[in-house]
Design a binder for this molecule. Structure first.
Ligand code: S3P
Length: 172
């Protein structure tokens, strides 16, 4: 799998709770290449948390910052990069991702996603009256776009090491 990548990046896309960061970290260590979480990178350069950024500047500014950070992260490789759920949905960011390497969509069903995001309170987009419904709406709107990733791997309710293995197998 490492040879298949060459100097390209491996970029994980998909909704919140799909396991992009957890799986990405393991895949990177298996491939012995660096791992970067783009949300953490955005927080590092802005010195603000994602909820703070959304509250202070709104989603549009957040997307502009996300585009710049992704562009820079993807300039050199190989790396494993996990993205925020909206990154691949944004047209400009998606272009950088497509150019920057192999994109992998971690596709999960609503209950798997909900089970995971429900436990944490860090997603500004889910601060709605009915967050599960919001998540379902996001699935419906975004799944046709995530489907443009190079590879799709089904994210199931199994250990993240197993998911990482499936990503590695799908790359070859
Ligand atoms: C977002 C997903 C989040 C984060 C921001 C917006 C989205 O990342 O970038 O809250 O639009 O789906 P995760 O997918 O890592 O939760």
């Amino acid at each position: 799998a490492r040879a298949a990548l060459g100097s390209r990046n491996l970029i994980l896309v998909g909704l919140m709770g799909a396991g992009k960061s957890a799986v990405g970290r393991i895949v990177a260590s298996q491939l012995a290449i660096p791992f970067v979480d783009s949300d953490l990178e955005i927080e590092r350069v802005s010195r603000m948390t994602i909820p703070e950024l959304f509250a202070a500047y709104g989603e549009e500014e957040f997307r502009a910052l996300e585009t710049r950070v992704m562009k820079r992260l993807l300039k050199s490789g190989p790396r494993v990069v996990s993205t925020g759920g909206g990154a691949f949905i944004n047209e400009r960011t998606r272009k950088h991702i497509k150019k920057g390497g192999l994109s992998v969509w971690l596709k999960a069903d609503l209950d798997v996603l909900w089970e995971r995001v429900n436990k944490r309170d860090t997603r500004p987009l889910l601060k709605t009256e009915n967050p599960k419904q919001t998540l379902e709406n996001l699935m419906n709107a975004r799944y046709p776009i995530y489907a443009q990733a190079d590879i799709t791997v089904l994210s199931r309710d199994v250990r993240k090491e197993i998911m990482a293995d499936e990503v590695l197998k799908a790359m070859i």
